[in-house]
Design a protein around this ligand. Sequence first.
Ligand code: WTA
Length: 651
Amino acid sequence: MTDTTSQAGTGHAPRTVDPDPDFAAQAVAQAALYEEADTDRLGFWARQARELLTWDTDFTQTLDWSGAPFAKWFVGGRLNVAVNCVDRHVEAGDGDRVALHFEGEPGDTRTITYAELAADVRRAANALAALGVQAGDRVAIYLPMIPEAVVAMLACARLGAPHSVVFGGFSADALRSRIEDAEAKVVITCDGSYRRGKPTTLKPAVDAALAKGAPSVTNVLVVRRNGEAVDWTEGRDVWWHDAVGAAGEEHEAQAFDAEHPLYILYTSGTTGKPKGILHTSGGYLAQAAYTTKNVFDLRPERDVYWCTADVGWVTGHSYVVYGPLALGVTQVVYEGTPDTPDKDRWWSLVEKYGVTVLYTAPTAIRTCMKWGEEYPGRHDLSSLRVLGSVGEPINPEAWAWYRRVIGADRTPVVDTWWQTETGAMMISPLPGVTTLKPGSAQVPLPGVAAEVVDDAGEPLGHGQAGYLVLTEPWPSMLRGLWGDPQRYVDTYWSRFPGRYFAGDGAKRDEDGDIWLLGRVDDVMNVSGHRLSTAEIESALVSHPTVAEAAVVGATDETTGQAVVAFVILRGGAQEGPDTVRELREHVGQEIGPIAKPRSIMVVAELPKTRSGKIMRRLLRDVAENRATGDVTTLTDASVMDTIRAGMTRSE
Ligand code: WTA
């Protein structure tokens, strides 16, 4: 293996890492994929869809783009997504293969085979049907990382009832607005979970959400996880173990159109209102399966895969549930935090289950770097073969640490760029094929077309920074925003007509490899989670003492970005010792703990342009402790001096 010399600014990271010849000889992905896709992109996708999925009715057309930007993939095809993810593996004789190695935070474990998972999904589908859930009805899922989350999603898919999973860390208000937007009929939740050794609760947030609104909900299905006491609404609330336990294992699955909605997943956009990203069945599952297989070099009979993402995020949808299960892979599902009971918990799980492929986020890797090498050093990690990264750019130092300390300087590290909207990975090296380059997501996957363009939409030369666009439709692309087709067109397809605008800055280097440079809109990326500045600002101004608020994402060593808020208090409101704490709590209640600002600065004025737009760029300078940039477009340039002076005082 040749590790070429360090590049300036990348610390200990090698500039490139060639594929290991032994790995390459056995690799699932082959360089020929690029050639095949380049020659006949649609033919390539059609082959993937037919080889990776089982269709009840074959499709007659690969792509119908006549209604662009609204795509139809695999037209005329019919399939059942849940059958593809479980039942067909049982029919193929793999029913005894473990689907899920579940490990609860307290150490309790469950081993669920594909046959058992199939039975659970069928029972849960019967239970949901008994509650009146039919194809097309929406079901909200508000659960921690327990097997029932996977079962619930698949039961919905089996019935053709789109699910809307809401991350368990979101507040009652955030949950309510998502349930209301999707007009969900049933909510699936649990009493609570465990976090850092303590029981948590989830049901109270559902109760609070439903007390305030969400009239579409007729039933709440409640999993018993930690035995915490819960309030009970007779006639509405149903225990999962009663309903699912009593339900029969026989359930006839119906085949749905390839474009039948599979799920809605809300994500932050540039306005205060989260967007309901809509994904459908055939194209989504095909690309999820194709990327899981090739990017992770997965062979179901060999590998034990673990993606640390929560099902509340898209990574959990595509790379815990749909991709790996469509392939019939064995995987680990872990409920808790990486430092419970100690900072080696993840590594103990890798050793215990013999994990071969690990997929996690740069923020987690940087946290482990901070904790130190002794924790992974306590365990035998030699089973690992491939390491993946997602959620934000991985800095070359973290990449190099991940490969050296976790991957014994042997495993490929794949940096995968994609979004909730893209449904599946889009830009990533292929292990065993691509010469890796720490810090860069590198190349569009075979079948995917991306470009870096300038303001006018012209492709840029190497070395120049611009905007990332996707120039051809792809199977797992979002099919729109729930209930708001115009916003879909405006947000993604209007900035550069005919091309998909990702909202990310990017550049190509001298080799043509793509480097992602972070968001170019008002979306922040905190620990790999998308948060909107506008959403947090509106949470802050909903507090009675706040007149105005501006939020920026400031660079943070561990979390990538951190939320920094500037607030102006209402006339008469005094800044007390508890103001900042109270406002942080308020944001936590309005959105969820992940949205709490790292710091809040009370200021007298905010920097604004003459047209009244807040100049976040200047606030970012302050938040990151830099000299203030160009202030000539400010109405009053002295505002920045006042803000800085105020900050020094409060430090
Ligand atoms: C960022 C998560 C650089 C990017 C799957 C994107 C990345 C947003 C990478 C989507 C990566 C994700 N390198 N940036 N490998 N992966 N991003 O919707 O800004 O939660 O637009 O999907 O995360 O976040 P989302």
